[in-house]
Design a protein around this ligand. Structure first.
Ligand SMILES: Cc1cc2nc3c(=O)[nH]c(=O)nc-3n(C[C@H](O)[C@H](O)[C@H](O)COP(=O)(O)OP(=O)(O)OC[C@H]3O[C@@H](n4cnc5c(N)ncnc54)[C@H](O)[C@@H]3O)c2cc1C
Length: 380
């Protein structure tokens, strides 16, 4: 196994790092504190070509690899975790399922705009009564006399909602079939009857937008069924497998940012006549944080590698997501501890890292779900 990044992969890191340093870092505190989803900044990020890393050139992609994209998500998360999930939801949860399950007509229609970044994507699976148990979908799609679908229901907690132009939405087309009665659809913003409800007031990732989707007799052309009728649950689960690598990369970036901040602070802050880093209890804490981050990195990159190679990666993605998100939480909490009272103040970024880290243990399947996936595969 080669542990060196290729020139192309390094180029993706550089693109994201430059954007992070020049465009995200100067305004992150203000955008975080005011809860600003900055669409102009999102458009600028997408215009860098980060969304197209592993898709074919004919759709506007760069035909590189999954790891290049994952590296970009990780790098962005160091500067702005909300921005990194905006990209991850756009690529992993919207572009990827169209690319993986779409007809050629659907790919030609939707992929170029999404990959070039003139359009933003989202994914709507979660409902008020269907969270971890996504099989309990109450949104329904009934066929009309022309074979088109009429969609009714709602989705909650949807990343990029309101701003996104294209949505992958799941609904029951045949309740009697259970999960085999769930279908996936490509829905466009602006269609009659499709509106947005409550905007979430969140603990962290304030620069990412999370809203409710509401469908009232929305007519969905039959051409917008994704992956075939009754195949929606499979589309959702396979899409989330990939999404978990994006969340794991986001967690890795948050953890790295928290460690970097803690290292710098420990060199500057003087107590008892010497910098904090000269106390072994602090320097050993930093060493442990670093060790956990490096272990997480290997799991995250391996899952990205397997996805790119077309090998099974469901369990690797689940393990990487659970481990990296737990590391992000542990490391960011320790970083706050090293900052002492200043860590608890919003004047310093470690408080933000800790708030942002928490969500990585919850979305794209909670960390309990990752245990179900892993133990299920072990005990099969
Ligand atoms: C900021 C944010 C962004 C999100 N973005 C999206 C998005 O873009 N698209 C989308 O579709 N969804 C999105 N979600 C939804 C997210 O995926 C769900 O919140 C998550 O899957 C958990 O569902 P729930 O909140 O209903 O919790 P619940 O399912 O009610 O779970 C509550 C707790 O019970 C545990 N639990 C549940 N069942 C079991 C069990 N059988 N065994 C053990 N423990 C169990 C869970 O692990 C969790 O700890 C987002 C959520 C947030 C907060």
């Amino acid at each position: 196994m080669n542990f060196n990044l290729t020139d192309v992969q390094q180029e993706f890191v550089k693109l994201a790092k430059d954007f992070g340093e020049k465009k995200l870092a100067p305004t992150i505190t203000e955008r975080d504190h005011q809860g600003i989803f900055d669409r102009a900044l999102v458009d600028e990020m997408l215009s860098l070509g980060l969304a197209g890393a592993y898709f074919e050139e004919k759709y506007g992609g760069a035909e590189c690899d999954v790891l290049s994209y994952i590296l970009a998500v990780e790098e962005l998360a160091k500067y702005d975790a909300g921005m990194s999930i905006t990209l991850s939801a756009h690529v992993s949860l919207c572009i990827n399922p169209i690319w993986q399950f779409g007809t050629e007509e659907q790919k030609e229609k939707y992929l170029p705009g999404l990959i070039e970044g003139t359009k933003l994507g989202a994914f709507g699976l979660t409902e008020p009564n269907a969270g971890t148990d996504a099989s309990g979908q109450q949104t329904v799609a009934t066929k009309d006399e022309n074979g088109d679908y009429i969609l009714n229901g709602s989705k909650v907690f949807i990343t990029n909602a309101g701003e996104a132009d294209v949505y992958i939405v799941f609904a029951m087309t045949d309740k009697s079939q259970g999960t085999k009665g769930i279908s996936a659809f490509i829905i466009e913003k602006g269609w009659e009857g499709f509106t947005f409800g409550k905007k979430e007031d969140k603990l962290g990732i304030h620069t990412s937008q999370t809203m409710e989707l509401v469908f009232q007799n929305v007519k969905v052309p039959k051409e917008n069924l994704l992956g075939g009728e009754g195949k929606g649950f499979k589309v959702a689960m396979m899409t989330l497998d990939g999404g978990r690598i994006g969340v794991a990369a986001q967690a890795l970036g948050i953890a790295e940012a928290a460690l970097n901040d803690a290292v710098e602070y420990s060199k500057q802050r003087v107590q008892f006549g010497k910098p904090l880093c000269k106390f072994q209890s602090v320097s050993f804490k930093l060493a442990d944080m670093k060790m956990k981050i490096e272990a997480a990195r290997n799991l995250v990159y391996k899952a990205a590698f397997l996805k790119h190679e077309g090998q099974p990666f469901t369990v690797d993605a689940a393990i990487a997501k659970r481990f990296a998100s737990d590391v992000a939480m542990e490391v960011s909490v320790e970083a706050v501890q090293i900052f002492g009272g200043y860590g608890y103040s919003e004047e310093y970024p470690v408080a933000r890292h800790m708030r942002d880290a928490k969500i990585t243990q919850i979305y794209e399947g909670t960390n309990e779900v990752q245990l179900m996936v892993t133990s299920g595969a072990l005990l099969r």
